[in-house]
Write a protein that binds this ligand. Structure first.
Ligand SMILES: [Zn+2]
Length: 248
């Protein structure tokens, strides 16, 4: 893995490349098609890990964001190829209501602002992927990454409001959602929270694919993204290996 760049050097936040160099694979997420995605059901209804065409198995928003480019049948699959898909992901992640999605779509769909934002969001995702992989390994964060996240959070902050529920006062985080760039707010905030507040030893990449997750299991021994996507494949491979060994 290339982690030579890790350190507190005052260089620009991230390289311009969206190429991820991993231990096993050199990975670039391509846009394969123009927004037509199969929509599958919630896990509760059919056991699928797909929710409205997206994966939410990371147990953390920042990791679910990384996981919007899984590998399917050996090919990277871009799940947010356009602004419409971005809005559907935000809604599936419970970050936007359907009313907010409709309003944003009506005002911005097909605009160059929306296109630019979508490209910038994917670029941020690949920068974070690189950073998170290095952080998982070493626990270190580049100064440039910290600066860039702080810059985004200054320009697109998460806000706090007071509300009352069942006679209990409580605060909740929210963000303005009137223009495409506003959608950076929860992405940068969740990345900052991941780096600052999550047990790093429980954040890892699937042993078999590019998906990341925060292991919230009791034993902390989760090794793959999901039974559906990689678990079964590994079990089948292990079974086949045992059979081969038996018949030697
Ligand atoms: Zn996997």
């Amino acid at each position: 893995m290339e982690i030579a760049e890790i350190g507190d050097e005052p260089s620009p936040a991230f390289s311009s490349s969206d190429v991820l160099t991993d231990k096993k694979i050199r990975y670039r997420c391509y846009i394969l098609f123009g927004g037509e995605l199969k929509t599958t059901n919630f896990k509760t209804s059919n056991g699928s890990d797909w929710r409205a065409g997206f994966l939410f198995l990371g147990n953390h928003l920042a990791l679910d964001f990384l996981n919007t480019c899984p590998i399917q049948d050996g090919e990277p699959l871009e799940l947010i190829p356009d602004f419409n898909a971005v809005l559907r992901w935000f809604q599936a992640a419970s970050l936007l209501s359907s009313g907010q999605v409709d309003a944003l779509q009506k005002q911005w769909d097909e605009s160059s602002r929306a296109r630019d934002f979508t490209a910038a969001m994917r670029e941020l995702r690949e920068k974070l992927r690189k950073e998170i992989l290095a952080w998982e390994d070493t626990g270190r964060l580049r100064r440039g990454t910290i600066n860039e996240l702080n810059q985004i959070m200054t320009e697109h902050p998460m806000l706090t409001r007071l509300k009352r529920e069942a006679n209990e006062a409580m605060t909740e985080l929210w963000f303005e959602a009137s223009q495409p760039e506003d959608l950076f707010a929860p992405l940068a905030h969740s990345a900052a929270v991941l780096f600052a507040s999550v047990d790093r030893s429980r954040v890892r990449k699937c042993g078999h694919c590019v998906l990341h997750f925060y292991d919230t299991s009791k034993k902390g021994t989760r090794r793959w993204c999901s039974m559906e996507l990689c678990g079964n494949r590994l079990k089948v491979a292990a079974y086949a290996a045992r059979q081969r060994a038996r018949h030697k």
